[in-house]
Design a protein around this ligand. Structure first.
Ligand code: GSH
Length: 201
């Protein structure tokens, strides 16, 4: 398998999951502006959506959409219990979080990174985000992880988007700030942050 990623972008989530799973993989960075990979390949020919993450499977297929890729990976290493069994009610609870993070959080952070978005519009997006963060903040005030006592792929994704908060000047509620520190301390997360050059080795 090969993960196409950009350091610090949403592809950090499947990158963390690959390391949490202990799966063997290669990775290749993508320049999202030029749409060239680090080996000079045309990324649009690999993933016509042009976005990261994309996972090249051993049979040559490309799998996209971070929320789907992390479940695919978790299902390749079921002993790590990063996702409940497919078909169980708990699996739908996991998908409920993944979909919320993808559609309500991830995509609301996007405009905050866009230099063309005026400051007053950015303030509106920050207010929306603050309101949407109330639900995970409440859950994580009582439990260490979104699904309860065990880390899951939803935590890899939530960690990834919350990690953007300081970069866009968004203050996190105390339970989410503590969660960010808790997840960052995991050895696989540390290894991934080092691999992407986000923290020193
Ligand atoms: N629907 C995709 C969206 C991924 C996405 O927004 N990726 C961003 C980085 S966080 C990106 O590649 N942006 C550049 C682009 O789309 O051209 C997913 O959830 O995986």
């Amino acid at each position: 398998m090969k993960l196409f990623y950009k350091a610090g972008a949403c592809s950090l989530s499947p990158h963390i999951v690959l390391n949490e799973c202990g799966l063997s993989y290669a990775s290749e960075a993508v320049d999202l502006v030029t749409k060239k990979t680090e080996t000079g390949s045309d990324y649009l020919a690999i993933n016509p959506k042009g976005s990261v993450p994309a996972l090249l499977l051993d049979d040559g297929q490309i799998l996209t959409e971070g929320a789907v890729i992390v479940q695919f990976l978790a299902d390749r290493a079921p002993e790590k219990k990063l996702a409940p069994p497919m078909g169980s009610m708990e699996r739908y609870r996991l998908m409920e979080w993944l979909n919320f993070i993808a559609s309500d959080l991830h995509k609301t952070f996007g405009p905050l990174f866009n230099p063309k978005v005026p400051a007053d519009a950015k303030a509106v997006f920050k207010d929306i985000l603050a309101a949407r963060l109330a639900a995970p903040a409440r859950v994580l005030a009582d439990k260490p992880f979104l699904m309860g006592d065990a880390f899951s792929v939803a935590d890899a994704y939530l960690f990834t988007v919350l990690n953007w908060a300081p970069r866009v000047g968004l203050e996190l509620p105390p339970s989410l700030a503590a969660y960010l520190t808790r997840v960052a301390a995991r050895p696989a997360v540390q290894a991934t942050l080092v691999a992407e050059g986000l923290i020193p080795a």
